[in-house]
Design a protein around this ligand. Sequence first.
Ligand SMILES: CC(C)(COP(=O)(O)OP(=O)(O)OC[C@H]1O[C@@H](n2cnc3c(N)ncnc32)[C@H](O)[C@@H]1OP(=O)(O)O)[C@@H](O)C(=O)NCCC(=O)NCCS
Length: 130
Amino acid sequence: MKVKGTNNSLHIGDNTTAQDAYIIAEENHNVEIGKDCMISSDILIRTTDAHSIIDLETGQRKNPARSIHIGHHVWLGMGCVIAPGASIANNCIVATRAVVTKIFDKPHCTVGGVPARVLSENVDWDRKRL
Ligand SMILES: CC(C)(COP(=O)(O)OP(=O)(O)OC[C@H]1O[C@@H](n2cnc3c(N)ncnc32)[C@H](O)[C@@H]1OP(=O)(O)O)[C@@H](O)C(=O)NCCC(=O)NCCS
């Protein structure tokens, strides 16, 4: 796992595992990952786009940094991107190659696609092959 950022916080709960993730917590925004999560390979989690997109009408930056929250017992499938402001409820699954840009506050869902949407509800996951 590679972590980048200064003066921000990254909290990872007990028993969370990761194969290969790049976590960027920058611009005064934080990353919180719950307990017992399973983080697969080629994962990108970032609180900032790193560069500014300017609204020509207001002259303001329209892509500010935002904190990220990942609940307990969340499975991040390989190659997913967790974008600024994303939030994922407890016991969810993020499908491979998903780009999660929003708040998913319902537990026990699978989210996937670009941008991610709910693919299925009322599901759980287990590390074991049952
Ligand atoms: C999430 C995943 C497990 C599929 O879950 P599932 O509950 O079996 O999903 P289903 O096959 O029943 O598909 C449900 C719907 O989601 C769609 N879907 C499945 N995977 C998808 C994906 N990665 N992106 C977008 N849509 C996806 C299906 O096409 C289906 O759509 P439909 O309802 O329109 O027919 C799978 O996509 C995945 O991510 N596998 C990789 C896991 C991984 O990273 N393993 C590495 C070890 S940690």
